[in-house]
Design a protein around this ligand. Structure first.
Ligand SMILES: Nc1ncnc2c1ncn2[C@@H]1O[C@H](COP(=O)(O)OP(=O)(O)O)[C@@H](O)[C@H]1O
Ligand SMILES: [Mg+2]
Length: 236
């Protein structure tokens, strides 16, 4: 589904991503782990077309992503749920969901089936459908951000720290919904500092340190890896 080869990304003098290669098969859920500043967000922003790489290649279902604008990547089903959600605070839950469908839907499209699917999946959003984004709790905002990805008809989801700022129980609920989405065949790349949660969801992972991949393996292998344990498990 996704193939990244020898990717470099720079911000001026800062090399944020160095020689990163990774692959994700269709339907797979993969975790990208690393401390603050490791380059996780930069990698997702490069995939979604917000940042241009300085070297390397990225393909989605064998299509060279560099040929597509950020909007065109969304139309292909590559959906980025950014750090801190970025939902529209002034719009209601339902308006937020409808706007997200604009990737594929014309002005007159009937969004009812897609909305019903999201509401069935996350009943909490149904209860809150007339409420403004700003009035939602952190967990509800994260659910809405995921609902927006569903409305965009995601084939490949890029999730940036979905557990950030959430109480453990709420983070657990959010991850349960992500797991349900993955079970429907959506391919998922989840970026997390919460290693335990991410590796419970994913079957495999990569560890990023100052822009380089320093470890990779199945979730069980990474959880056993003394280097990973020492660096990351202490802080989850
Ligand atoms: N817009 C930017 N301009 C310059 N440097 C940036 C920018 N965004 C991130 N960086 C730097 O790139 C590195 C990786 O950051 P980031 O991708 O946000 O890491 P993470 O998401 O893993 O915390 C850090 O050194 C950060 O300071
Ligand atoms: Mg980040």
């Amino acid at each position: 589904m996704l193939k990244i080869d020898a990717l470099d990304v720079r911000y001026g003098a800062v090399q944020a991503i160095s020689n990163v290669s990774l692959t994700i098969a269709a339907g797979e859920t993969v975790a990208l782990l690393g401390a603050n500043g490791a380059g996780k967000t930069t990698l997702l922003r490069t995939l979604s077309g917000l940042v241009k790489p300085t070297a390397g290649s990225m393909t989605l279902a064998d299509n060279d992503l560099s040929k597509f604008s950020a909007e065109a990547r969304v139309r292909q089903g590559l959906i980025h749920v950014p750090e801190r959600r970025r939902i529209f605070g002034g719009l209601t839950v339902e308006e937020n969901l409808k706007v997200a469908a604009s990737a594929w839907a014309g002005a007159t499209a009937d969004l009812t089936p897609d909305l019903e699917k999201v509401y069935t999946f996350m009943p909490r959003l149904n209860e809150r459908r007339e409420q403004r984004g700003w009035s939602l709790s952190g967990g509800e905002q994260q659910m809405l951000a995921i609902g927006r990805a569903l409305m965009a008809r995601a084939k490949m989801l890029l999730l940036d720290e979905p557990s950030l700022g959430l109480a453990p129980k709420i983070a657990h609920d959010v991850f349960a919904r992500i797991s349900d989405i993955a079970a429907q065949g959506v391919t998922v790349l989840v970026v997390e500092q919460n290693t335990t949660l991410a590796l419970k969801l994913a079957t495999r992972g990569y560890v990023l340190e100052t822009g380089r991949i320093v470890a990779t393996g199945t979730s069980a292998e990474l959880l056993r890896d003394p280097k990973v344990r020492e660096a990351y498990l202490g802080r989850t």
